[in-house]
Design a protein around this ligand. Structure first.
Ligand code: ATP
Ligand code: MG
Length: 413
């Protein structure tokens, strides 16, 4: 087990995590489909790789695709391929991932995001090993082994009619559950040390940061709602930003890491976290709301100014529209994507920001619409501990749109 963990850079003593890894190795030689479940940021993505590398398919193709990042209109053709002329832009035929992964492993990440019509097609492949290209009625065979992962509560999605029950049972012939970090007693400190060391090596920092005994206790008792992704990001930030190499509870608190608290800050708190409302919370919330209202006012003033300056409403809107090529995963063609108006990315400012005047906003080139949107996405991700679902909710956009924007802006989570 230790050799396996070293090979994949997995750190942790937790029994449930080790059991999950052991199950992956055990089922690897079979062709059974596997569903990996766990909260966002718990480390699901390494499991399909372990399965592929320990199967007889290891010399063959391994394809990982993120179902949430492919636009709904093209997902069937991306997965199953299409015939020439199947739709207006289909100038040639396209093999699709199921064809490309024949004999190998196809990892369907974020499978809970698949549209219902695609779920029906997927069920058919799982049941019969056959699929239809878009625009074709001739079934094709594929011998791709399917491993899927999701952070969505699928039974709940089934109740809401967003996920097919039959597909769920078909997918989870083998069910691997990855525990959240808060249930892995002691692992957070081990992971902190690993990430501190990794960051020091990557950026040639002479000495990695370390936790004082008091800070270790905080890291251990904190709930880590964003799990390992959140821990990794905070460790990297502290490694780079902190002058002292010794990290204290006060320094952790500046990043929202406080003892026995899930330390949700920002809109997520207002939107219904279960924290008890202390005086401190109210102050935070009032500040956030004040910033949000101010930003809204600034935007209105900015638009008014543009209109007064002779710019038509249409021009003002056109300034916010920016085609950006996106590369979805592995070999998918770039897709032109149009950005929406400012209101979609509007968000609260971080608490320690100086409030700019409306004039400053207009004059400051770094605050053009694209930059503002990128910054707002980053802030929303941070505030929601890199849980994309919550960040998307906060931004008022769909998770799928958020995925595409993360890719388009090259945001490294
Ligand atoms: N046990 C571990 N040891 C070391 N690093 C880990 C461990 N688990 C996860 N990580 C790292 O944490 C980060 C998040 O993991 P991963 O991307 O697999 O999350 P996920 O479960 O797929 O989340 P999401 O559902 O949001 O996509 C990755 O950088 C991964 O390498
Ligand atoms: Mg993932």
């Amino acid at each position: 087990m230790q050799t396996l963990m070293n090979r994949y850079g997995i750190v942790g003593r937790n029994e449930a995590l080790r059991e999950a890894l052991a199950t992956a190795v055990l089922v690897a030689p079979t062709d059974l489909s596997v569903l990996i479940q766990g909260e966002s940021g718990v480390g699901k993505e390494v499991i399909p790789r372990v399965i592929h590398d320990h199967s007889k398919r290891r010399g063959k193709t391994y394809i990982a695709i993120n179902c949430g990042s492919i636009p709904e209109g093209t997902i069937d053709s991306e997965l199953f391929g299409h015939e020439k002329g199947a739709f207006t832009s289909a100038i040639g035929e396209h093999e699709g991932y199921f064809g490309a992964a024949d004999g190998g492993t196809l990892f369907l990440d974020e499978v809970g995001e698949l549209p219902l019509s695609t779920q029906a097609r997927l069920l058919r492949v799982l049941e019969t090993g056959e699929y239809l290209r878009v625009g074709s009625s001739t079934p094709r065979k594929t011998n791709a082994r399917i491993v899927a992962a999701t952070n969505v509560d699928i039974p709940n999605a089934i109740k809401q009619g967003r996920f097919r029950e039959d597909l769920y049972y078909r997918l989870c012939t083998i069910n691997i559950k990855i525990p959240p970090l808060r249930e892995r007693q002691g692992d957070a400190v081990l992971l902190f040390k690993k990430f501190a060391l990794d960051t020091a090596q990557r950026y040639n920092i002479p000495e990695p940061i370390r936790l004082t005994p008091e800070a270790e206790a905080v890291v251990n008792s904190y709930k880590w709602p964003g799990n390992i992704r959140q821990l990794r990001n905070i460790t990297e930030q502290l490694s780079i930003l902190s002058e002292s190499r010794s990290i204290t509870p006060e320094m952790l608190a500046k990043h929202g890491i406080t003892p026995n608290s899930d330390a949700d800050t920002g809109i997520a708190t207002i939107a219904g976290s279960n924290r008890s409302g202390t005086q401190h919370d109210y102050e935070q919330e009032i500040k956030i709301l004040a910033h949000a209202v101010f930003e809204l006012r600034s935007e209105v003033q900015e638009l008014k100014k543009k209109l007064r300056g002779g710019e038509s409403w249409h021009d003002a809107q056109a300034g916010t529209t920016m085609p950006v090529p996106i590369n979805t995963q592995k070999g998918t063609s770039p897709i032109a994507h149009t950005y929406h108006s400012l209101s979609e990315g509007r968000n609260a400012q971080p608490l320690d920001m100086d409030i700019p005047t409306a004039e400053e906003i207009v004059d400051d080139d770094t605050l053009n619409i694209g930059n503002m949107e990128k910054r707002n996405i980053l802030l929303a991700l941070q505030r929601n501990h890199y849980r994309r679902k919550l960040a998307a909710e906060e931004l008022g956009i769909s998770e799928r749109t958020l995925y595409r924007k993360i890719k388009a802006y090259g945001i490294d989570e």
